[in-house]
Design a protein around this ligand. Structure first.
Ligand code: NAD
Ligand code: IPM
Ligand code: MN
Length: 360
């Protein structure tokens, strides 16, 4: 029997709802694949602020460090939106990523044939789309110094963030991206703003240098504004995309909509050693929280990514992914992916039908 210690971070909004479904799925999978999951729960985000006044209590970071993988749902909500920056839920999430040195965020956007009608784009445009966004996660404008709101000599306020990347930071994410492209269709597009930003010029120069050790990968470069346009115009041109923290945040939400709903998209946040964090691309969806309307599949698929990338349990990951497809084949849909003549279900019921498929 394989044994893994998994830290669960339900967080806020729909977080607890989608994580509950996912833990049920993991328990069944565990029985089927002779895996014992030892779950431990931690506080993060608004839930942690309410209990401890900090968005990332040090106990949570310790729990995560002492586990084989971390399954995170989502953080944030209106209630905490006006707190000072250091006490906001989002700061807790950034602290977790930085604290575990999770510099590489893999965000696959694959269109499932079952959901073609759920996309806001034409069938011909999205059919067959299969993109992997490799987002740098612990650098760039999210973390660069100086940052803050300062008062100028004339007495007005000035908000500052700094977009910065060192060669080391660029090189390591480039390696992850080239390796990812090698396991896919061998094409890598690096997205930057080198026509304007010095940080992007360095990014491009380093990616070109690193590419010399990957002669089998076809490398291209694109400015981020054009990339946003091309993702919607002709997404099939992309295989693997590598980009910085902020550009990756924005482009991965755009890529999500190609697949029908952000409620379908999982992600893996990885470092070079230590546990990874596996989390949906979406947020805490406060507009539908507590209403049993959330799509749990991004979270369930994040658990599959945990099995595949974090625990080396590919067969168990495959099984989860296949059962998600089966449930969609049977016509079950949460509101975000609902289309004509399908069966509308809530978060819990989606979980129930998933368990039924897994156990059949
Ligand atoms: P969001 O992703 O939470 O929601 C955007 C829209 O998508 C909403 O209409 C929501 O209802 C819908 N949606 C998202 N996930 C869904 C799901 N699983 N099923 C069905 N519909 C879903 O983004 P937002 O509204 O900009 O942000 C809300 C809060 O979440 C903010 O506090 C933000 O900082 C936080 N956030 C957290 C994370 C994270 O924890 N990783 C990611 C993004 C945003
Ligand atoms: C995401 C989120 C986070 C980010 C926020 C909540 C800090 O949007 O995971 O995509 O910007 O990275
Ligand atoms: Mn985001």
């Amino acid at each position: 029997t394989q044994q893994y210690r998994i830290t669960l971070l339900p967080g806020d909004g729909i977080g607890p709802e989608i994580l509950t479904v996912t833990v049920e799925v993991l328990k069944v999978i565990g029985k089927q694949f002779d895996i014992t999951f030892e779950f431990q729960k931690g506080l993060i985000g608004g839930a942690a602020i309410d209990e401890t006044s900090e968005p990332l209590p040090s106990e949570t970071l310790e729990l995560c460090r002492n586990s084989d993988a971390v399954l995170l749902a989502a953080i944030g909500g209106y209630k905490w939106d006006n707190l000072p920056r250091l006490q906001r839920p989002e700061t807790g999430l950034l602290g977790l990523r930085a604290g575990l040195n999770l510099f590489a965020n893999l965000r696959p956007a694959t269109i499932l044939p079952q959901l073609i009608d759920a996309s806001s784009l034409k069938k011909e445009v999205v059919e067959g789309v299969d993109i992997m966004v490799v987002r740098e996660l612990t650098g760039g404008v999210y973390f660069g110094q100086p940052k803050g709101i300062f008062t100028t000599e004339t007495g007005e306020k000035r908000g500052v963030n700094t977009m910065a990347y060192t060669e080391t930071e660029i090189d390591r994410i480039a390696h992850v991206a080239f390796e990812a492209a090698r396991k896919r269709r061998g094409k890598l597009c690096s997205v930057d703003k080198a026509n304007v930003l010095d940080v992007s010029q360095l990014w491009r120069d380093r990616v070109i240098t690193i590419s010399e050790t990957y002669p089998d990968i076809e490398l291209s470069h694109m400015y981020v504004d054009n990339a946003a346009m091309q993702l919607v115009r002709n997404p099939k041109q992309f295989d693997t995309i590598v980009t910085g923290n902020l550009f990756g945040d924005i482009l991965s939400d755009a890529a999500a909509m190609l697949t029908g709903s952000i409620g379908m998209l999982p992600s893996a946040s990885l470092g070079s050693t230590g546990p990874g964090v596996f989390e949906p691309v979406h947020g805490s969806a406060p507009d539908i929280a507590g209403q049993d309307k959330a799509n749990p599949l991004a979270q369930v698929l994040s658990a599959a990514m945990m099995l595949r990338y974090g625990l080396n349990e590919a067969a168990a990951a495959d099984k989860i992914e296949q059962s998600v497809l089966a449930v969609l084949d049977q016509g079950y849909r949460t509101g975000d992916i609902m289309s004509h003549s399908m069966k509308l279900v809530g978060c819990q019921e989606m979980g129930d039908v998933l368990l039924k498929v897994l156990e059949s």
